[in-house]
Design a protein around this ligand. Structure first.
Ligand SMILES: Nc1nc2c(c(=O)[nH]1)N[C@H]1C(S)=C(S)[C@@H](COP(=O)(O)OP(=O)(O)OC[C@H]3O[C@@H](n4cnc5c(=O)[nH]c(N)nc54)[C@H](O)[C@@H]3O)O[C@H]1N2
Ligand SMILES: Nc1nc2c(c(=O)[nH]1)N[C@H]1C(S)=C(S)[C@@H](COP(=O)(O)OP(=O)(O)OC[C@H]3O[C@@H](n4cnc5c(=O)[nH]c(N)nc54)[C@H](O)[C@@H]3O)O[C@H]1N2
Ligand code: SF4
Ligand SMILES: [Mo]
Length: 627
């Protein structure tokens, strides 16, 4: 038979149909009725089959011997030993010495809530996740300025689209259909990326700023709009604070100065301004993750959000709608057990991250594992992530993980991170669980369904509940027998039922989309207004305006030309067939990209005498790699 469900191999969460014969999945195809993808899939969609039935998939718990090799043990033994060791570590070092790390593979919603809930019930505030590297800086920046972040603006109805540091044909293919529709109706497209990407090749204008200088460009564009009076005066006058300070600061960013700071020729800045003005009031910004990976990323994104306010994108059609929530229950225990007296790791250094997101910074956590924190972190449970491969300075991360008293990793494969663990537990894939998927940008909800059960492999909810039971707090905090029961409880106040979502696998709109709600209700910022400048940040000792700071590599550049590291590397450009460290064990994908690759500017390549396919050693302050 065919089971309609949701692909959660990445955060696009496309609708899929899974064909099952003799309890084996033999085909994954796109669900036509799902508005997210309308039947289309990326190459990783069907690769779910290669993953779940991969010959190297872990199906039994592994325990590391004194000699460092693994042997298989039963799940009962593994769980009993892990619970005992956690209890002992909590006893000896305090419960806050126990942490959990949640990776990208599990998403940013329901699955993330289980370890958060578990830790707070246990008495540790130390929830860590991939959020330190992904999307939360954008979320915080936009929340600070306008009170919400929309992960996907209304491309379809836009008249000018600015893409900052993002390459949707590869990373977010579901954005491409609405972008192409807008283009057919004449919308302008500006791509801002130091690299000539696939989408840059399709744009009206490709701006190539030096990495980490986008903030200066955003200020330069603001200057131009303010000087020529091309901004939304009604919105600025009625619904914003700090405009005068912002305008005074913007005045410093002349086209010549922005040209010097960013490397973008002033004529191109003018041209970009012209395209934005032509598109008003339906010009929009979309910011990719890369800006978060640069220094002062939050302020670069805040500056871009401020530009959005000037061009009137806030909660408008063809711009940046303000999503309304479904109103489902929340699994967080933060309100009940905030544990602030337990000094969450990194909360003092990154107070805004903790305040907005109630989680610790992973770089600080790595330091704490190495003994440089305010107190030691001694035990860690990782699920859905591979930090020894994906976090900055992997050698240091691996060193930190191997110093722990207890490392437990829930995985499908024996990854770089799992190899360091004391216990590796086989994890359920997305096809082996059932969860809610909220697409807040069009106020839509779907529920995925369990398509597969593998003996001995448990889902995330069952794992955390079992551990809570062994540590004595399941009855109070994990009372639901199964994830299906959790789903029902979450949905109860919403008027949407699990039965409805099961009958209509594509899901449905939970609320009609309305625009310009800020006219009736305050924006969700401290002042209730759009904040060009932030009193909240100023009170914490940060600049109130999203000021531009030159990145370190430019500030510290030697004055003479005898640099021993003359090149600049940006890393992490996506490949269609890979997702971070995933899918690199699938032969048909490996044939496309057998090893890690580097792209060089043709002029740099010519100087080096390097050609297509050559091996190149790249060295930096932290390490060296052959690509
Ligand atoms: N196939 C595939 N799809 C994915 C993923 C994957 O691994 N593979 N990962 C998923 C995840 S978790 C995420 S977060 C998203 C990320 O997706 P996006 O947010 O769209 O980011 P990228 O596609 O990585 O594109 C980032 C671009 O920014 C450029 N860039 C780097 N530094 C700067 C800078 O300082 N300024 C500017 N303006 N540009 C810069 C890079 O050259 C690159 O082209 O993709 C998701 N989709
Ligand atoms: N240099 C550089 N580094 C980067 C980035 C960059 O642009 N440049 N991008 C960053 C970004 S945006 C992100 S999101 C991170 C991602 O970094 P991570 O969160 O580490 O994500 P992955 O590398 O995809 O690792 C996911 C792991 O989860 C496992 N897995 C898959 N499905 C499941 C499941 O259902 N359950 C469980 N328990 N496990 C599962 C997979 O086998 C895989 O090993 O990387 C970041 N690192
Ligand atoms: S983009 Fe690909 S991997 Fe992501 S949800 Fe859609 S089909 Fe799955
Ligand atoms: Mo990400």
């Amino acid at each position: 038979g065919t089971l309609p469900t949701i692909c959660r191999q990445c955060d696009m969460r496309c609708g899929i149909e899974v064909q099952i014969e003799h309890s084996r999945i033999n085909k994954v195809s796109g669900m036509k009725a799902h508005p997210q993808n309308r039947g289309r899939l990326c190459p990783k969609g069907p690769a779910a089959i290669d993953t779940v039935y991969h010959p190297e998939r872990l199906l039994k718990p592994l325990k590391k011997n004194g000699s460092g090799s693994f042997r298989e043990i039963s799940l009962e033994q593994a769980m009993a030993e892990i619970a005992d060791r956690l209890a002992a570590i909590g006893e000896k070092h305090g419960r806050r010495s126990i942490a959990a790390w949640h990776g990208e593979a599990l998403g940013f919603a329901q699955q993330e809530m289980y370890p958060r809930r578990f830790l707070h019930a246990l008495g540790s505030p130390n929830f860590l996740s991939v959020n330190s590297l992904c999307y939360v800086s954008r979320y915080i920046a936009y929340r600070l300025v306008q009170g919400y972040w929309n992960a996907c603006p209304d491309f379809r109805n836009a008249r000018c689209i600015l893409l900052w540091g993002t390459n949707p044909p590869v990373s977010h293919f579901t954005f491409m259909h609405p972008i192409e529709e807008a283009r057919k109706r004449g919308a302008g497209l500006v791509v801002i990326d130091p690299r000539r990407t696939e989408i840059a090749g399709k744009a009206d204008l490709h701006l190539r700023p030096m990495p980490g200088t986008d903030g200066a460009l955003a200020w330069g564009l603001m200057r131009r709009l303010i000087e020529n009076g091309h901004y939304d005066r009604e919105f600025v006058a009625g619904y914003s604070v700090g405009f005068d300070e912002a305008a005074a600061y913007a005045a410093e960013f002349t086209r010549e100065k922005v040209g010097r700071l960013t490397g973008v020729p002033p004529e191109q800045i003018d041209e970009c301004g012209r395209l934005i003005i032509e598109g008003l009031p339906r010009s929009i910004n979309y910011v990719g993750v890369s800006l978060e990976h640069q220094e002062n990323g939050v302020n670069a994104v805040r500056a871009i959000a401020c530009l959005g306010g000037l061009i009137g994108s806030v909660d408008r059609v063809g711009a940046d709608p303000w999503p309304e929530p479904l109103g489902e229950r929340s699994l967080t225990l933060y309100d009940e057990l905030p544990l602030l007296d337990q000094e969450p790791i990194g909360a003092a250094d990154y107070p805004v991250l903790y305040d907005f997101y109630k989680e610790c910074n992973t770089m600080k956590a790595v330091e704490a594992m190495l003994g440089f924190g305010p107190y030691p972190l001694r035990a860690l449970i990782v699920s859905g992530g591979n930090p020894a491969n994906t976090n900055p300075n992997v050698a240091r991360v691996a060193e930190a993980l191997s110093r722990l008293d207890l490392l437990v990793v829930r995985e499908l494969f024996l990854t770089e991170t799992a190899a360091l663990a004391d216990y590796v537990l086989p994890a359920a894939s997305f096809l082996e669980r059932s969860e809610l998927h909220i697409y807040s940008h069009y106020q839509w909800v779907s529920m995925s369904r369990r398509a597969l059960r593998i003996p001995g492999v448990v889902d995330e909810y069952s794992f955390w509940r079992d551990l809570a039971r062994r540590l004595g707090f399941a009855e109070r905090y994990f009372p639901w027998q199964s994830e299906e029961e959790v789903n029902r409880w979450l949905l109860e106040p919403t008027g949407v039922t699990g039965e409805q979502l099961e009958q209509h696998a594509e899901g449905g709109e939970y609320k009609e989309v309305h625009f310009e709600k800020y006219r009736q209700q305050p924006l969700a910022t401290p002042s209730g207004k759009f904040e060009f400048s932030s009193q909240y940040l100023e009170d914490l000792g940060y600049p109130a305006l999203p000021v531009y700071e030159e990145p370190y590599y430019l500030r510290s550049r030697p004055k003479d030309s005898s640099e021993d590291r003359p090149y600049l590397l940006i890393s992490g450009a996506r490949r269609r067939v890979y997702l971070h460290s995933r899918y690199r064990n699938i032969p048909r994908f490996l044939r496309l990209h057998p090893r890690a690759e580097i792209e060089l500017h043709p002029q740099d390549a010519a100087v080096l005498g390097a050609g297509q396919g050559d091996k190149i050693r790249v060295s930096s302050e932290v390490g060296s790699i052959v690509l």
